[in-house]
Design a protein around this ligand. Structure first.
Ligand code: SF4
Length: 374
């Protein structure tokens, strides 16, 4: 089984903390959709297994597209792949784009999961970071979603934001949990190097939260959501039972996926490929039936290192039998030596096969991974 990722690189405007690849040249959207359809056709052989279990429209802002444009892409996918009848098909939406007609249209073309980019509930913070929606629009979107046939709802939140104290964060979580939200992605505010916020910090116009405030708010999110029955299955992701994001899980389980669109990455177990980031060039190339793609063939060491990094971010843990089955003996013995030291130090719990990081150590998972990488 494989996954498909479709990148929609358009936004109304740039949020100040964001450095994702996106632009506001909305006049290009139709031509871009045609180019995506051409790429789907040209690259359908990248995945050995044509059976698709998840499709994810990410961005940018995929909800800038209308139902007709999204439906056109989905039809093209169905033409070149075998989409499972129970496939998870997610569209990232911004609250200002959500209304009853749009949701009805999305349901009719097969979208069955919405990831809603709320981020904050305070109007002054939303406007400070140049988000295009208000608290009123967030509630309006959530009410529309409650009435819609699309029941699988995920919400994105950002915490550890200066000006939003722990009590406000708790109030946000309490308000949102009154709706039937099945999945939360909660990230702390990170300052990307190419974002506007980065330069505001350099000039002293904006001051980041201190480490202690981040830790306090991370615990608030964890304590609150787990008390409401959400399972933390990855450092920043919480789901009700049965609603873990299958697409995310695919990345963490190294399931092959094809990324379509500018800047999209693909992985098929042997190589990684990625598209360039020039929208005009992308459209022009695909009109001519070509696409310049960067390729990196992965070494066994790289595949092992990725396995370790991905597994330590989740509470699924590292499978010893998988390591024995897949990697050469030298890697196996190095891993066995290093992991036994970390288990003795109390960072992991191990059973006959799985070695799982302690929940309290998820925050240092990247450091632990460094000790295990080849
Ligand atoms: S955070 Fe989302 S909506 Fe804002 S600029 Fe980045 S991709 Fe666009």
């Amino acid at each position: 089984m494989s996954g498909l990722y479709i990148h929609i690189p358009f936004c109304q405007d740039k949020c100040t903390y964001c450095d994702f690849f996106s632009g506001n040249q909305l006049y290009m959207v139709d031509n871009y959709v045609d180019a995506l359809c051409r790429e789907i056709e040209l690259r359908s052989n990248y995945l050995e297994d044509k059976e698709v279990g998840t499709i994810y429209f990410g961005g940018g802002t995929p909800s800038i597209l209308n139902e007709r444009q999204i439906g056109k892409i989905l039809k093209q996918i169905v033409k070149y792949f075998v989409v499972r009848s129970e496939a998870e098909i997610t569209l990232e939406c911004n609250p200002e784009d959500v209304n009853e007609v749009f949701l009805k249209g999305l349901g009719e073309i097969g979208i069955n999961r919405i990831s809603l980019g709320i981020q904050f509930l305070e109007d002054d913070i939303l406007s400070q970071f140049n988000r295009k929606h208000s608290k009123a629009l967030i509630y309006s979107a959530l009410r529309c979603l409650e009435k819609s046939t699309i029941k699988n709802l995920s919400v994105d939140l950002i915490y550890s934001v200066p000006g939003v104290d722990n009590a406000s964060l708790l109030a946000t979580l309490e308000s949102l949990c009154k709706f039937n939200i099945l999945h939360f992605s909660a990230y702390s505010l990170t300052i990307a190097r190419n974002s506007k916020l980065f330069w505001k910090i350099q000039s002293g116009e904006f001051v980041e939260n201190v480490e202690n405030e981040f830790l306090k708010q991370y615990s608030t999110v964890y304590d609150f959501l787990t008390s409401k029955g959400y399972i933390q299955y990855e450092l920043s992701n919480y789901a009700k039972d049965g609603f873990i994001s299958l697409h995310n899980l695919g990345y963490w389980n190294q399931i092959p996926y094809l990324g379509i669109g500018v800047s999209a990455h693909s992985y098929n177990g042997i190589s990684r490929q990625w598209n360039h980031t020039n929208i005009k060039k992308y459209i022009r190339e695909l009109e001519g039936g070509i696409l310049n793609i960067e390729i990196e063939h992965l070494t066994e060491n790289q595949i092992f290192n990725e396995y370790i990094i991905l597994k330590l971010r989740t509470l699924q843990g590292i499978s010893q039998s998988y390591i024995k089955r897949v990697f050469r003996e030298e890697i196996q013995s190095t891993f066995a030596f290093r992991i036994s030291k970390l288990i003795k130090k109390g960072h992991f719990i191990s059973d006959s096969d799985l070695i799982v990081p302690r929940q309290s150590d998820l925050l240092i998972a990247d450091y632990l991974a460094k000790d295990l990488m080849i």
